[in-house]
Write a protein that binds this ligand. Structure first.
Ligand SMILES: Cc1cc2nc3c(=O)[nH]c(=O)nc-3n(C[C@H](O)[C@H](O)[C@H](O)COP(=O)(O)OP(=O)(O)OC[C@H]3O[C@@H](n4cnc5c(N)ncnc54)[C@H](O)[C@@H]3O)c2cc1C
Length: 523
């Protein structure tokens, strides 16, 4: 035994770091153990080629609440932004673009009716997102209400719904379980417009717009947006890794220790209580509490030995949906690409390639059978436009989320990946003629590669799919909804817990609150 801490956090993803920072600020001794050689998890910047770096997982910041950034004083720990309030442009091969700027849209193909409908749609969705917004910050109350404070919390959830008034409350209850495809049809006629809006519901999800619950994921994202103060869609200077480094710096300043290259092999359990961890190299470290930023499947199916768990619980964890369908494309380019219909001054925008809702469905269908799409849908950024620290000599880096890619564990994985990359480069060439000739280095990460790089089971963006069965009281499963479960002194603090994934930091902050609450008076 080498040492003992009050809290060990397994994983230095952004949520693990946020959790560690809050615990250390409360005066606790905290050790973060990160398996990789760098902190940040899927919020990391990595070198792609000499002198060219990219955010290798998450590439856009939009969900982190302004009060968390303020609270942890991340700007005084080095966080700056190279771009804020980035516009979104839906682009097409023909050069027909639709520009999204707050509650307004512009584009020559848009009818007046669709423009007016967009204002109405945005107002409606923001109104509905206000029901979900207060929930994000909260430890989900127990459904079997036991204390007055839980009664009040549960009543608060009901009240934020009731506050909508009778008409909108009914409307909220009508649409919340719907699929986004049908909802968008109620508002709009333009196919490219509908597809672009749908992307915000579908990025990171296992589903497409016709899938049930896709309205819920859209509203969750809207609730996150409205949480984040003035930054909107933004790019941290130095990529997403710079954000994680600023959180790590805040945690260290508060007294937390962080070790990288320290993979936890198992969680030590005695008498149904976690008492520490054992690393890959056999080193054992004791702690009063163990908090896992690793996803729930890894935590309970690999790190905790099965003899400590009930079979029903193990079955629930096994059945969690965690099959990622988002891939990532990274390009180093000799010069700036030129997209059809996009001015050079707009190159710092977020670009969406999704011609119609049916094209999204067609990109999704093959992934159900572990096959690759002919024409994936894309979310593209060129972060080097505003952040020259990522590149050298006039180069650019392009970063794109690619959906829907299968979790490919076949023997043809390498050949399939190469063919898919080729296909995407040809697709990009049709949207930005000449781009292929600019490519110095190209890399495509499939969900399986994402699992390898970031240690997320299934390579899933949210660790656990954002669906009703894994939402709020049921996230990731009912027995773990308050960050703790069947093993005493063992907590979860990552994206698989409420309120879910995205670079938001709230799972980490809520978990820290829960740990401090549960250990009040003790450790
Ligand atoms: C392709 C892709 C694109 C995305 N794009 C965006 C985006 O643009 N914007 C956005 O907001 N979100 C995006 N996301 C989602 C976002 O990146 C994640 O939801 C978020 O990073 C999860 O953070 P986390 O800290 O909970 O977990 P993770 O980032 O997964 O961190 C968990 C950490 O635990 C470590 N770990 C695991 N097991 C062990 C072990 N046994 N021992 C020690 N350490 C361990 C891992 O190495 C990792 O560092 C994207 C995700 C993907 C996959």
């Amino acid at each position: 035994m080498t040492s003992r801490y009050q809290h060990i956090v397994i994983g230095g993803g952004h949520n693990g770091l946020v959790c560690a920072a809050y615990l250390a600020r409360a005066g606790k001794s905290v050790l973060v153990l990160e398996a990789a050689n760098d902190i940040g998890g899927a919020a990391r910047t990595r070198e792609l080629a000499p002198g060219a770096s990219v955010s290798s997982g998450a590439h856009l910041l939009y969900a982190m609440p302004a009060d968390l950034i303020r609270d942890l004083k991340l700007t005084s720990h080095g966080l700056t932004f190279s771009a804020k309030q980035i516009k979104t442009l839906s682009i097409s091969e023909s050069g027909n673009t639709i520009t999204f700027d707050g509650n307004t849209i512009a584009g020559v193909s848009l009818s007046e009716e669709d423009k007016v409908a967009f204002g109405r749609f945005s107002t409606d969705m923001q109104r509905f997102a206000t029901v979900l917004r207060p929930i994000l910050n909260k430890i989900p109350p127990r459904i079997s209400i036991e204390t007055w404070s839980e009664r009040i919390e549960l009543a608060g959830l009901g009240w934020s719904l009731r506050k909508l008034g009778r008409f909108y409350m009914r409307e909220f209850l009508r649409i919340i379980g719907m699929n986004f495809y049908d909802l968008l049809d109620e508002y709009f006629t333009n196919e490219q417009l509908k597809a672009a809006i749908a992307m915000d519901a579908l990025l990171g999800s296992e589903w497409a717009a016709r899938s049930m619950g896709s309205v819920l994921t859209y509203l969750c994202r809207q609730a996150g947006y409205s949480h984040n103060g003035a930054t909107g869609l933004s790019l941290p200077q130095g990529g997403m890794g710079a954000l994680s480094r600023s959180i790590a710096s805040a945690a260290k300043a508060a007294g937390a220790e962080i070790r990288t290259g320290a993979k936890v092999k198992r969680i030590l359990v005695e008498n149904l209580n976690a008492v520490g961890v054992e690393l890959d190299n056999g080193e054992q470290i004791l702690a009063d509490n163990v908090i896992s930023n690793a996803d729930p499947k890894q935590t309970f199916l690999k790190l905790v030995e099965v003899e400590h768990l009930d079979t029903g619980f193990v079955r629930r964890i096994r059945n969690i949906r965690s099959s990622g369908k988002a891939g990532k494309l990274h390009l180093v380019l000799k010069g700036a690409p030129k997209f059809n219909g996009v001015d050079a001054s707009q190159l710092g925008s977020r670009f969406l390639v999704a011609p119609s809702l049916d094209d999204i469905e067609l990109a999704f269908n093959p992934s159900k059978y572990k096959e690759y799409p002919k024409a994936p849908v894309l979310e593209i950024t060129v972060p080097s436009v505003s952040d020259q620290s990522l590149v050298k000599d006039g180069q650019h880096v392009l970063s794109a989320v690619v959906q829907y890619l299968p979790y490919d564990d076949s023997e043809q994985e390498d050949a399939n990946r190469a063919a898919c990359l080729d296909n995407i480069l040809n697709q990009l060439e049709r949207h930005a003629p000449g781009i292929k000739a600019l490519v110095v280095k190209a890399e495509l990460l499939t969900p399986r590669d994402i699992e390898r790089e970031f240690g997320m089971t299934g390579g899933h963006w949210h660790h656990v799919e954002m669906v009703f069965e894994s939402f709020l009281f049921n996230r990731p499963v009912a027995a773990l909804s308050r960050y703790a479960g069947p093993v005493g002194n063992l907590y979860l603090c990552g994206a698989g817990s409420h309120p879910g994934g995205n670079v938001m930091g709230l799972a980490g902050r809520n978990a820290a609150k829960q740990v401090l609450e549960s250990t009040k008076g003790g450790n």
